[in-house]
Design a protein around this ligand. Structure first.
Ligand SMILES: CC(C)(COP(=O)(O)OP(=O)(O)OC[C@H]1O[C@@H](n2cnc3c(N)ncnc32)[C@H](O)[C@@H]1OP(=O)(O)O)[C@@H](O)C(=O)NCCC(=O)NCCS
Length: 162
């Protein structure tokens, strides 16, 4: 008897972001953030020696990305996003873990990020990575006046939580 055609899930690969990726990254940015970066902001950041970008690709189509800055021993996570159709499949988890491993190798010790008070989904994601509230930045998002939670964690967390 003929077997039903199997639905293949494309394998996800992870690699450094290149300038050629920016168009696709910018599309995901537009569907993911109320005040998205412009494409030229991604170009400008990638040119800076202390900024890093990585993408997740499904069959060579970009489906997620992370952008961060390492200054001295401090990391600022600037962007992490996954296109809607590929969320809840562990892609952001992989991007985050990859970044943590890379910055640990660079001897960074602390990582900060900001998240909108209303972005409960992202806050849940960061909780999984044991980020903690450092402080609240009032009216951080100027366009709408929304506050930001500034979250932080040590790059390396020992099993006893230190
Ligand atoms: C936040 C975001 C990057 C998560 O990407 P993702 O690839 O779907 O995340 P993962 O699949 O790795 O999720 C890992 C865990 O985080 C938590 N999580 C992720 N998305 C969640 C959601 N929408 N609601 C509740 N918990 C969520 C869950 O615990 C999840 O594990 P589970 O799926 O086994 O329950 C994605 O929702 C996104 O792109 N959002 C828009 C951009 C954004 O807000 N970025 C952060 C800005 S500060």
């Amino acid at each position: 008897m003929a077997q039903p055609a199997q639905q293949q899930c494309p394998a996800i690969t992870y690699r450094k972001m290149s300038f050629k990726d920016i168009r696709a990254v910018h599309e995901i940015e537009g569907e993911s953030f109320p005040s998205p970066w412009r494409a030229r902001t991604f170009f400008a950041r990638l040119l800076l020696p202390d900024h890093y970008g990585y993408v997740a690709a499904a069959d060579d189509r970009v489906v997620g990305y992370v952008v961060y800055r390492v200054h001295m021993r401090t990391v600022h996570l600037q962007k992490i996003a996954v296109t809607k159709a590929y969320r809840r499949r562990g892609i952001a988890t992989h991007l985050m873990q990859m970044m943590l491993d890379l910055v640990a190798a660079q001897k960074a010790d602390t990582i900060y990020l900001q998240v909108r008070m209303s972005n409960v989904d992202a806050q849940e994601f960061y909780k999984r990575f044991r980020f903690q509230l450092d402080h609240i930045e009032k009216h951080y998002y100027r366009a709408c006046g929304e506050d930001a939670q500034i979250l932080m964690r040590n790059v390396v967390i020992r099993d006893d939580g230190a």
